[in-house]
Ligand binder design. Structure first.
Ligand SMILES: [Fe+2]
Length: 395
C-alpha cells in the first residue's frame, strides 16, 4: 500500500564502474572548480590508493590544492579544524573525500566550516541548521558499507566537550559519488564482511521503518539482493575480483540512498549504544543485532519482513515457503548468511563472541532507548525491551 504522503531526495550523481576514478578530473571541471583538497587516511594512503588517485590527475589540467592523509578512525572537531586551516592556507575551492565513514564525515564537517566561513562546528550541529549550498564535494568510498556518499548526515566528535555532534542537512549531500572497485580490492575479509552487514542493515531497516516509501523500498530490495549474491564471494576467495567489489559498492550506495530517505531503527540504536559503551565496531554491532532486532519488530512488521525473503533468499525459496512462514524464513536465511560469513572470517555473531561482558548490557540498554534511531522504528522500545534483545544477542 502506498503511503498517503512521502518525500524522497537524492541529487547525488553516481559515477560507477571499472576505472570510474579516472573521470574525477573531468567531473571536477564540470563542477567548475580547479583546486580541490583531498581528505583521506593513513590506511588508504598505505594501501597505495592515494598514488592511484593522484595518477588520474597526471594528464589533466587540474591541480590538487592540498592533501590531508591523517584522518583518525573516529573523526573529531579538532581534526576538522586542522584540515579547515590547511584548506584556507592553500586557497582550495572544493573537497574530495577518499576513504570510509570517518573520512567522509570529516570532509562534510570541513565543508561546513569553509563554506560558512566559520570556526565553531557546534553552531551547525542538529537538523537543518545549514541554509545555503556548501562548496562542491566529491566522495570516493574505499569501503562498501556506510553509504555516507549519498546521505544527508555526518557525525563528528567534540573531544573537548565530550559529545558526538550529529549533523543532518540536504546540503551535506555530496555532489558526486565515485564507485571504483579498484579502491576496495585490498579490504581485509573482516572489514569487508562488517561493512557489508552495515549496508545490509541499512537496507533491511529502511524497508521496515515508519518513513519507508516506494522509492526507498526499491533501493533497499535491490541492495539486499546484490549483497546476498556477492558478499560470500567478496569476503572469500573472489575478494580480488573487480565485478564482485563493484557489486558490493553499488549495494552499499543503494542501501545508503534507501536509509537516507527512510531512516534506520532499533538495530542501529543498539549498535550506536554498543559503540559508545564498549567501542564495538559499527558493522560488527549490525551483524549481531539485526536478527534479534527483526524478531523484536516481528509483531509490527511481519508482512514487510516476509516480503524481504525474496531478495534475501531468491525466488525458489520464496515460492516454496508458505506465506505464513516467510517472515521467520527471512530471519533464518539471514542467520544462515551470517554463519557462512563467520566461518570464513570470524565476524562475531553474538555479544559474547565480540568480547562484551554481561555487566555492560544494562548500560547499553539505557543509551539505546535515547538514540534518535528509535524514532522511526515500527515498534517502541523501552529499557526492558532493549535488555531482552541484548540478552538474546548475547549468545
Ligand atoms: Fe549503519
Amino acid at each position: 500500500m502506498l503511503p498517503s504522503y512521502y518525500e524522497f531526495h537524492n541529487p547525488v550523481k553516481i559515477v560507477s564502474g571499472n576505472k570510474a576514478l579516472d573521470n574525477l578530473p573531468s567531473e571536477l571541471e564540470l563542477l567548475g572548480v580547479s583546486r580541490p583538497m583531498v581528505i583521506t587516511d593513513r590506511g588508504v594512503s598505505d594501501a597505495g590508493l592515494v598514488k592511484l588517485f593522484t595518477s588520474c590527475f597526471n594528464s589533466s589540467g587540474m591541480t590538487i590544492g592540498a592533501i590531508f592523509d591523517d584522518v583518525p578512525p573516529d573523526s573529531s572537531s579538532a581534526v576538522v579544524a586542522r584540515i579547515t586551516g590547511i584548506f584556507r592556507r592553500n586557497q582550495c575551492d572544493s573537497l574530495v573525500a577518499l576513504g570510509g565513514g570517518s573520512v567522509i564525515d570529516t570532509a562534510k564537517g570541513v565543508n561546513i566550516l569553509v563554506s560558512e566561513d566559520a570556526d565553531d562546528l557546534l553552531a551547525f550541529s542538529g537538523a537543518d541548521r545549514l541554509k545555503k549550498p556548501l562548496k562542491p564535494l566529491v566522495v570516493i568510498p574505499t569501503t562498501s558499507g556506510t553509504g555516507s556518499e549519498v546521505t544527508v548526515v555526518a557525525v563528528v566528535t567534540d573531544l573537548d566537550r565530550n559529545l558526538k555532534m550529529p549533523f543532518a542537512s540536504k546540503y551535506l549531500l555530496p555532489d558526486i559519488a565515485i564507485l571504483d572497485p579498484r579502491l576496495t580490492l585490498t579490504l581485509p575479509p573482516m572489514i569487508t564482511a562488517a561493512t557489508a552487514m552495515d549496508a545490509m542493515c541499512h537496507a533491511v531497516e529502511s524497508f521496515i521503518c515508519l518513513q519507508k516509501n516506494p522509492l526507498s523500498d526499491a533501493y533497499a530490495v535491490a541492495a539486499i539482493e546484490l549483497i546476498r549474491k556477492n558478499v560470500i564471494r567478496a569476503v572469500g576467495e573472489d575478494h580480488g575480483k573487480e565485478e564482485i567489489r563493484l557489486a558490493m559498492a553499488n549495494a552499499s550506495t543503494m542501501a545508503g540512498i534507501a536509509f537516507s530517505n527512510s531512516m534506520v531503527g532499533i538495530v542501529h540504536a543498539l549498535g550506536h549504544a554498543a559503540g559508545a559503551v564498549c567501542h564495538m565496531p559499527h558493522g560488527t554491532a549490525m551483524n549481531i543485532f539485526l536478527p534479534p532486532g527483526l524478531e523484536y519488530n516481528m509483531k509490527k512488521s511481519r508482512d514487510n519482513i516476509a516480503r524481504l525473503l525474496l531478495p534475501m533468499a531468491g525466488a525458489d525459496i520464496y515460492s516454496r515457503t508458505p506465506e505464513s512462514r516467510r517472515a521467520e524464513e527471512m530471519i533464518h536465511q539471514l542467520r544462515a548468511l551470517r554463519s557462512a560469513i563467520h566461518d570464513i572470517c570470524g565476524l562475531p555473531m553474538t555479544l559474547k563472541q565480540a568480547g562484551v561482558t554481561k555487566d555492560k548490557l544494562t548500560e547499553i540498554a539505557h543509551v539505546a532507548v535515547d538514540d534518535p534511531s528509535t524514532v522511526m522504528n515500527p515498534r517502541d522500545m523501552d529499557v526492558k525491551d532493549a535488555l531482552n534483545i541484548l540478552e538474546r544477542a548475547y549468545q
